[in-house]
Write a protein of this length. Structure first.
Length: 314
């Protein structure tokens, strides 16, 4: 075999390996960026009020999203006739949920926030059945029972009580997960033709202005007392967690099946719990680890129904 032929053969062997490595690294990047988001929020709201923090995060991310849209020549504005949907996305996906997440993290640990938000696929399943008339399998119902039963035990282990502020933080985070789930389902029904970049760019800017303006009026933030650590957290949330994680996720959409990629929502809470516990000096008890694993297992079952998997095997 000639040297040229050998080199060509070697390249053909390496290319799939390199492509797989790149895909794995991108997947890890998304899990890390979204897994550290919760700790970033926790640090940001240490010295920045929730409304103001959410607004600043989006205002930092907005120019980068616009630049990304211009480079790819994607439209910035939603298609004509979808103005109502645009308002819905701006309010129900970006504005209200991210304020609720920031508010929740003033009372709840970053790891628990990530676990609570990992319930979102279950809410997507429920809304899909109600609004899109999609079938729910028995195994998915079992997964929901396992997941929420484990979540109840996690809240007991963490000591969250009805008469404590943490309870309202938990409700705020779950409400944010419900809103995001509803947006995903409505988007599947009404916004499938809108590019992912268009979907994010202008709504994130308007949401940022709205949240920041409300924060100035209602919270009267004292910028002189904002710590350097909180500023760095906001910059990280705006650039890395929002834009960087989004770009990596966007690339993975073309490399992986939606089912495989959706497991990001099962994996990133693991990173969040570990990183958050390390930063906040919290001990991960065996009970918390067990119930967290059961929670994520239950929600994983809802994403890949056993009945469908067996049918595909046959």
């Amino acid at each position: 075999m000639s040297t040229t032929s050998a080199a060509f053969s070697t390249d053909k062997i390496r290319k799939p390996w390199l492509a797989g490595l790149l895909t794995g690294l991108l997947f890890l990047c998304v899990c890390l960026s979204w897994g550290t988001t919760w700790l970033g929020i926790k640090i940001a709201v240490e010295t920045v009020p929730p409304l103001t923090a959410a607004g600043l995060r989006f205002l930092i991310a907005f120019p980068l999203f616009i630049t990304f849209a211009l480079v790819r020549r994607d439209p910035i504005f939603f298609p004509r006739g979808t103005q109502g949907f645009f308002v819905f996305v701006t309010l129900m996906y970006f504005s209200v949920p991210y304020y609720l997440l920031n508010y929740g993290e003033t009372h709840v640990s970053s790891g628990l926030t990530a676990l609570l938000f990992s319930c979102m696929p279950v809410f997507i399943l429920a809304f899909s059945a109600l609004l899109l008339k999609e079938r729910i399998y028995l195994s998915q119902i079992i997964g929901i029972v396992i997941g929420f039963g484990s979540l109840y035990m996690i809240l007991r282990v963490q000591g969250v009580r009805v008469d404590r502020a943490e309870f309202w933080g938990v409700l705020a985070i779950l409400a944010a997960a419900v809103m995001h789930a509803l947006c995903y389902v409505i988007t599947k029904k009404k916004g499938a033709q809108i590019s992912v970049i268009t979907y994010n760019a202008l709504p994130i800017g308007i949401a940022g202005l709205l949240l920041f303006g409300l924060g100035l009026a209602m919270e009267e933030p004292q910028f002189s007392v904002i710590s350097e650590r909180s500023w760095w957290a906001l910059i990280y949330l705006g650039i890395c967690a929002s834009v960087g994680g989004f770009i990596a996720y966007f690339v993975l959409l073309k490399r992986l099946s939606p089912v495989v990629l959706s497991f990001v929502f099962i994996i990133f809470p693991v990173f969040a719990v570990i990183i958050g516990s390390w930063y906040e000096g919290q001990f991960i008890s065996p009970e918390l680890a067990l119930y967290s694993a059961l929670l994520l297992l239950g929600f994983a079952i809802t994403k890949v129904p056993v009945e469908q998997w067996l049918a595909a095997r046959r």
